[in-house]
Design a protein around this ligand. Structure first.
Ligand code: AMP
Length: 326
């Protein structure tokens, strides 16, 4: 029996990078073969930081385009924009009324915003309730998370339990799934690849820009002809993301000094471009047809909304609001 796996993706103007692909997106694409995959573009969440309407709209479409280019298939994954299902806001209110402020005061996001002296909007403070509503509205079985998000699923379970204890068994409790042996893709400077470090290799960058980045990966200055340590080399670490027969040969060439960093970088560029060729081509195709992507999101929202409506009707009934059919 397939499980309903739910994930939200914050729309961002920045391009998806190799770290996102190997660390997250690839798993979503694999899951759609066996599980009931539900993925939403978390534009309500983005509103805690983005207040430019044009940018928010464009970002949502862009991130959907990138996910679809990476292989998310609307025939196997329900993909929609969070804000197209207003029921989640309604559920947020119902959950807010059974959630103590103390619980929200313990949320990592709120605590770090306070520590950094940032302004905290009610939206940011209530963020975990909206996240819980997203998970509970769609009757999710499993929410795949990184370690930093375990707390959100635990809070969601707390809120659902409070609701169920108050009004009777209505909401389904989700479980989280922690990515095992989480992969750490290094960026061009050797630190973890991340938009905030400016060290990314974007999946859809023009070939020239990608070449410049890969040829610029930071290495030591061991001269050509000297043995190199593959286990201390960012270029080699990036090669290992693409398993193949050539990896052992490459390791041997490093150890014997028959390859230099320049050669290893050129081989990496070829490998990255070959591996990404289908998704880059699909991206170009989708960019030429934004109305198709918009249609996919709309159709996804219709399917998602049916589930959310059902949950909402049950919650309204349980909490003493008008009978939805009356
Ligand atoms: P971000 O856009 O930085 O929030 O990343 C989204 C997801 O991509 C994260 O939750 C990780 O699963 C994955 N990810 C991002 N950067 C890396 C990286 N350098 N190595 C492995 N996974 C990553």
């Amino acid at each position: 029996m397939p499980k309903r796996v739910l994930s939200g993706v914050k729309p961002s103007a920045e391009m998806m990078h190799l770290g996102n692909w190997f660390g997250a997106v690839r798993q979503f694409v694999e899951l759609q073969a066996t599980e009931d995959n539900y993925i939403f573009i978390a534009d309500y969440h983005a509103m805690t930081t983005v207040h430019d309407a044009k940018q928010l709209r464009a970002n949502s479409l862009e991130i959907a385009t990138q996910y679809m280019a990476c292989g998310l298939d609307p025939a196997h994954t329900v993909l929609w924009r969070q804000s197209d299902v207003p029921e989640v806001c309604e559920l947020t209110w119902l959950l807010s009324c059974v959630t103590g402020m103390g619980l929200l005061e313990r949320a990592h996001g709120y605590k770090s915003a306070r520590q950094e002296g940032r302004d905290v909007s009610m939206g940011l403070f209530c963020y975990p309730v909206l996240m819980a509503a997203d998970i509970l509205a769609y009757e999710a079985d499993i929410v795949p998370v990184g370690e930093d998000q375990v707390q959100h699923v635990e809070m969601t379970r707390d809120m659902a339990e409070r609701f169920n204890n108050t009004y009777g068994d209505t909401l389904k409790l989700p479980a989280y799934r922690l990515a095992k042996g989480a992969l750490r893709v290094p960026g061009v400077d050797g630190q973890k690849m991340s938009k905030s470090y400016g060290n990314t290799i974007g999946l859809f960058e023009p070939e020239g820009a990608m070449k410049k980045k890969i040829m610029g990966i930071v290495t030591d200055s061991t001269p050509m002809g000297t043995p190199l340590d593959p286990d201390k080399c960012t270029v080699f670490a990036l090669h290992t993301l693409f398993p193949g027969d050539d990896l052992e040969e490459l390791r041997a060439a490093y150890l014997s000094g028959t390859i230099g960093y320049g050669g290893a970088k050129k081989a990496l560029l070829t490998k990255v471009l070959d591996a990404l060729a289908p998704i880059r081509a699909r991206y170009d195709e989708l960019k030429r047809d934004p109305s198709y992507v918009a249609d996919v999101l709309r159709e996804g929202a219709v399917k998602a909304r049916l589930v959310a409506r059902r949950t909402m009707d049950a919650c309204r009934l349980a909490a003493g609001f008008a009978d939805p059919v009356g």
